[in-house]
Design a protein around this ligand. Structure first.
Ligand SMILES: Cc1ncc(C[n+]2csc(CCOP(=O)(O)OP(=O)(O)O)c2C)c(N)n1
Length: 355
């Protein structure tokens, strides 16, 4: 199937247009059902409301720096719905929707951005998720290792990892792709190409036309998809997951998307990108596209939309209030859990911090 969408020939998988109309599915293409689409919509609304509330909390002085997901929701929500709940989920830091699809609570998510180390104490056998990874690029290698380990143990579990397009400039991206190809690891590397690495555009990250085409040099397929189209995301990831589970190896998926908000609450994107560009992408908002589809197919009414937004905002507010009632964040916790035994250099840092 991937041969039909070779990025080197300028092909792109897109199924849902901006008016919410779904194209006929090519034979054999897995399809997100309408029931799943409605569930995805609810998760995306929640993700959007959480994001907007987080920015508001930051402006109120109640939330430290926060990384926004707004506009990118379809990528991780669609992807997580296309893998099994026990497949490894190895995120970067812009996969709130995927975390919600995996069943992570809002409180757990907010604890992380509040700076509480307990956010990373997640029962691994329940969520099969690695902690959020802020060091750009480091997580892809973990995913390849996990996928390979599962194969070694004779299991059919696979791994899916996320990255931004800027992370392809890191050495770890090369190392992860190279090993994944050599080992035929059951891994899906999902790059959310939101066009900007903070203020740096793709044209300054790479001379390659597409990110997806880099996969071919490592000996596995790469595909470019409309990352603001949840149907395309689901189909591509399901195909890649089936491939990985069958022992056929990795896939690199480049989801074309856009972060409609700032890089983080500390960033001002008006300094480096134009209003026209933002407007163009607002018209391709993944949430509105799905909403139009669900209204068109009578799975959703205008009243449902308002109710869903209100309930999601109320959940976000309640979850953060709960986080603020937790005992104070302990500085030592930041140091305590990285290594089984704290190396000397970290001990010295901790002493300095305490002083
Ligand atoms: C190794 C490393 N270098 C630099 C940073 C600072 N930093 C945080 S996000 C970011 C840009 C990442 O861009 P991209 O990979 O495209 O992901 P996006 O933020 O667009 O989702 C940078 C440089 C970091 N966190 N880690």
């Amino acid at each position: 199937m991937f041969e039909n969408y070779d990025p080197r020939e300028g092909r792109l998988l897109s199924l849902l247009d901006v008016t919410g109309k779904l194209a006929p599915f090519p034979p054999g293409m897995p399809r997100l059902t309408d029931e799943q689409a409605l569930a995805a919509y609810k998760t995306m609304v929640l993700s959007r409301q959480v994001d907007e509330w987080a920015v508001s909390l930051n402006r109120q002085g109640r939330m430290p720096t926060y990384a926004l997901n707004k506009g990118q929701e379809a990528n991780s929500v669609g992807a997580l719905m296309a893998v099994r709940p026990d497949d490894w989920f190895v995120p970067a830091f812009r996969e709130l929707g995927g975390m919600l699809a995996r069943g992570i609570s809002l409180k757990q998510y907010f604890l992380y951005w509040y700076g509480n180390e307990w956010a990373n104490h997640m029962p691994v056998d329940t969520y099969h998720m690695m902690p959020i990874s802020v060091p750009v690029g480091s997580q892809m290698l973990h995913a390849v290792g996990l996928a390979w380990a599962e194969r070694y143990k004779g299991n059919d579990r696979i791994a899916i990892t996320f990255m931004g397009e800027g992370a392809s400039s890191e050495g770890e991206f090369h190392e992860a792709c190279n090993l994944a190809g050599v080992w035929k690891a059951g891994v899906i590397i999902y790059a959310q190409n939101n066009h900007w690495s903070i203020s740096l555009p793709w044209s300054k990250q790479s001379a390659s036309k597409t990110l997806a085409e880099k996969a071919f040099a490592y000996g596995f397929p790469g595909i470019r998809i409309d990352g603001n189209d949840i149907f395309a995301v689901y189909s591509a990831v399901k195909l890649a997951a089936d491939r990985a589970r069958a022992g056929e190896g990795p896939t690199l998926i480049e989801g074309l998307t856009y972060r409609l908000g700032a890089h983080t609450t500390s960033d001002d994107p008006t300094k480096y990108r134009s209003d026209e560009e933002v407007k163009q992408w607002e018209a391709r908002d993944p949430l509105l596209r799905l909403e139009r589809y669900l209204i068109r197919t009578k799975h959703l009414t205008g009243e449902d939309v308002v109710r869903e937004r209100e309930q999601s905002l109320a959940s976000a507010q309640a979850a953060y209030d709960e986080v603020e009632r937790e005992p104070d964040v302990v500085v030592e916790d930041t140091f305590r859990y990285l290594y089984l035994e704290m190396p000397e250099i970290m001990q010295a840092q901790l002493e300095r911090r305490k002083a």
